[in-house]
Design a protein around this ligand. Structure first.
Ligand code: PGA
Length: 247
């Protein structure tokens, strides 16, 4: 069985005053809380790690190299050094804004694993891919191209994020989510064996809100969510965490 995880991606939002939201998210955790990972901007990694005990903290990207002349980038080791445990890689905004390819992401995943981080690997189709009926092919290609061979439940979480659902308020039907998550589960089983394949957590991401979380968490092979906008406020994220705890 895969672990339940509620992850928040704060993107380029949040200055030091946002630490009070982080503390409020922690204070509101239900007793049977799933694992909760918050990924604030890099400037908040250290204070976020210091501010909370029961939440895990993650970064939103890392460089593939361990160190060197890469102005503006941060390495996986810098993220672990800050006390964080996770890193989001392959988010569609990175793929689009920074031209990241599957092979770039593959190299970053290896760097993150080498530093001891758990990777939240994002994959997902564009609206044009979906309309052309290519969703599962795109997903299969991204998974094959960006996920190295040593994936297991300790070092990897997969987030299915249809690009057209991110920040748009549009959400796929529950059948569409089930189709992709069942396909992902089967692909992981085929590639890594049932033991690893069944235990890697599969998150859905894209316009998850308090009012749609519970139904999404009832979909087969959905083990949690990667939440953008609704993770910025404890009042929004808290009910999502509670819905997952009850799922
Ligand atoms: P959203 O973002 O919840 O604001 O749609 C999700 C994501 O990009 O991870």
């Amino acid at each position: 069985m895969a672990k339940k995880i509620a992850a928040g991606n704060w993107k380029m939002n949040g200055t030091q005053d946002a630490l009070s939201e982080l503390k409020a998210i922690e204070a509101g955790l239900p007793q049977n809380a799933p694992e909760v990972v918050i990924c604030p901007p890099a400037t908040l990694l250290l204070p976020a790690v210091d501010a909370v005990q029961r939440l895990k903290i993650g970064a939103q990207d890392c460089h593939a190299a361990a160190k060197g002349a890469h102005t503006g980038d941060i390495s996986a080791l810098m993220i672990t050094d800050a006390g964080a445990s996770h890193v989001i890689l392959g988010h569609s905004e990175r793929r689009q804004d920074h031209d990241e390819s599957d092979s770039d992401i593959h190299a970053k995943v290896e760097a993150a694993w080498a530093a001891g981080l758990t990777v939240i690997l994002c994959i997902g189709e564009s609206e044009a891919d979906r309309e052309a009926g290519n969703t599962l092919d795109v997903i299969a290609d991204q998974l094959a191209g960006s996920l190295p061979d040593d994936a297991d439940a300790d070092n990897t979480v997969i987030a299915y994020e249809p690009i057209w659902a991110i920040g748009t308020g549009k959400v796929p039907s529950l059948e569409q989510i089930a189709e992709v998550h069942d396909f992902l589960r089967q692909s992981l089983n085929d590639r890594f064996g049932a033991r690893a394949g069944d235990s890697i957590s599969l998150l859905y991401g894209g316009s998850v809100k308090p009012d749609n979380a519970a139904e999404i968490f009832r979909v087969s092979n959905v083990d949690g969510a990667l939440v953008g906008g609704a993770s910025l406020k404890a009042d929004d994220f808290g009910p999502i965490v509670s819905a997952l705890a009850e799922a």
